[in-house]
Design a protein around this ligand. Structure first.
Ligand code: F3S
Length: 475
């Protein structure tokens, strides 16, 4: 049987061409090689937790590997088992879950995951966050898998949901094609029938799914995973989208990885230059995630919710950073670390250049990756006061935060500026390319990466001040 050995981690969501099985991840050493029909050896995955749905599509197109052998346990890749692709990890041992009340298929999956990953057993979880909710990312293969469970599976835990591919109320106004809306509504229907909470946001911690310090949880959405581990002090692995369904339905996860204290120790300190803007936090974490994909860094800086969201999102987009420390923010006791990595302003500027494919002339500005918080809306409404947009500005948030900014009057300044605010969805998981968009400006490194690789758009990564200077004028 043919083998393919990857020397660098793979981003399942946007690193493989589904129809050919070829690796398309930019800069990947094995780019151009096909995984179809091979025994695939990989270190681990990076990037989005929605990648776990890709295995259904690979099976559908006949481009799946026959087996995957992992170097390190990784929930997203182990999700391939749910699509019938065997996964192995050297040194695994058989572990059994004694609970006869959970669906057999899911019990077997958890046992398999625990065995493959060398878990210490299982732990009950009371909080799940489901990723892989957009029709644009999971496609028909994922939709059919969820539909098959409707009526059979009932969630046992609180399970919030990630953004959809469209605003659930104003999708027609957004320009979403009818065919897409039908696929999306079917996914929503399946999840709600199983008992999911229709939060449709990547910031579940801002809308009531707020685990406490030390709590074991099972979360998808890589940015939310890093936030939960690093800012809330809860314990979760970067769960694949399909695994979050298993955890919601069973109330369990396997006890390995970031659930164990031994895997939560910091690796090195990161000494950054002075942070000048929120987008610098994205650039910094993007750089660290790219250079040290699996590390636990200690960022020597300060910040509040927006900055922590930025660090969480970017380090898990260029790499697979699930946990970081910020002294004074991270509630976990900080152990001593001697090694220090210094980052210069020039290196940060390099990230802006690497992620930008054009310079001026965007046909759309997108803000809100991860979804905008109340603080960000407050700052934004002050910054746009007295100005008017010269390009379309689309802002993304949860429906809960939208309701607060409507009722508090914060939205008025943004309306006057000419911004459009969408809920339930985001720029990456909605089909912007099908809506005629070509060139997008953003202040999020995560959005910049995926808008290029997933949506095929031209991208400009700028800080907010630059965006407003370029794409708005005084009123
Ligand atoms: Fe959230 Fe979409 Fe970004 S799900 S983290 S806004 S890619």
């Amino acid at each position: 049987m043919k083998e393919l050995r990857l020397t660098h981690p793979i981003s399942w969501l946007d690193g493989i061409d589904l129809r050919t099985g070829k690796i398309i991840q930019p800069d990947h050493p094995q780019r151009g090689e096909s995984i179809a029909g091979k025994v695939l050896y990989i270190p681990h995955s990076i990037g989005s937790t929605v990648g776990a749905y890709i295995f259904f599509s690979l099976r559908k197109y006949g481009t799946a590997p026959v087996k995957i052998v992992l170097e390190e346990p990784d929930s997203i890749t182990i999700g391939a088992e749910l699509a019938g692709i065997p996964v192995e990890l050297k040194g695994g041992r058989e572990i059994r879950l004694e609970d006869t009340e959970i669906p057999d298929e899911f019990r077997r999956y958890l046992e398999r995951e625990a065995s493959i990953s060398g878990a210490e057993g299982f732990v009950r979880v009371s909080s799940v966050h489901i990723s892989g909710v957009s029709y644009a990312t999971i496609g028909d293969a994922g939709r059919e898998w969820l539909e098959g469970m409707k009526g059979k599976v009932r969630f046992r835990t609180l399970a919030t949901t990630n953004p959809l591919g469209m605003d659930l109320i104003r999708w027609e106004e957004m320009g979403i094609p009818e065919r897409f809306a039908r696929g999306q509504l079917s996914i929503v229907d399946s999840l709600l029938q199983m008992g999911a909470i229709p939060s449709f946001t990547c910031t579940p911690y801002l809308v009531g799914n707020l685990p406490h310090f030390g709590e074991h949880i099972s979360w998808g959405e890589s940015s939310a995973v890093a936030y939960a581990n690093s800012v809330l002090g809860a314990k979760t692995n970067r769960e694949g989208g399909t695994k979050t369904i298993v955890s919601a339905a069973t109330g369990y996860t396997s006890l390995y990885g970031r659930h164990l204290e031994v895997n939560r120790r910091p690796d090195f300190k990161v000494n950054p230059p002075e942070m000048e803007d929120l987008s610098d936090y994205y650039a910094l974490a993007y750089l660290v995630g790219r250079e040290y994909p699996n590390a636990v860094p200690v960022y020597l800086l300060r910040g509040s919710v927006p900055e922590m969201k930025a660090l969480s999102a970017a380090g898990a987009a260029s790499g697979s950073i699930e946990l970081f420390y910020v002294p004074g923010v991270t509630p976990n006791p900080l152990q001593r670390v001697d090694q220090e990595v210094r980052v210069t302003r020039r290196e940060l500027r390099g990230v802006y250049e690497d992620l930008s494919t054009f310079d001026g002339g965007a046909d759309l500005v997108v803000l809100g990756c991860p979804h905008l918080s109340l603080q960000e809306f407050r700052v934004l409404s002050q910054m746009v006061s007295g100005r008017k947009a010269t390009t379309r500005f689309w802002l993304y948030t949860s429906r809960s935060v939208l309701s607060l900014i409507e009722r508090s009057g914060l939205k008025t300044a943004l309306d006057r500026f000419g911004a459009e605010i969408w809920a339930d969805t985001c720029m990456v998981v909605s089909p912007l390319e099908e809506m005629g968009v070509k060139k997008v400006a953003t202040n999020s490194a995560k959005a910049a990466k995926y808008l290029r690789t997933l949506r095929g758009l031209e991208v400009e990564f700028l800080n907010l001040k630059e965006i407003l200077e370029r794409y708005s004028v005084p009123r």
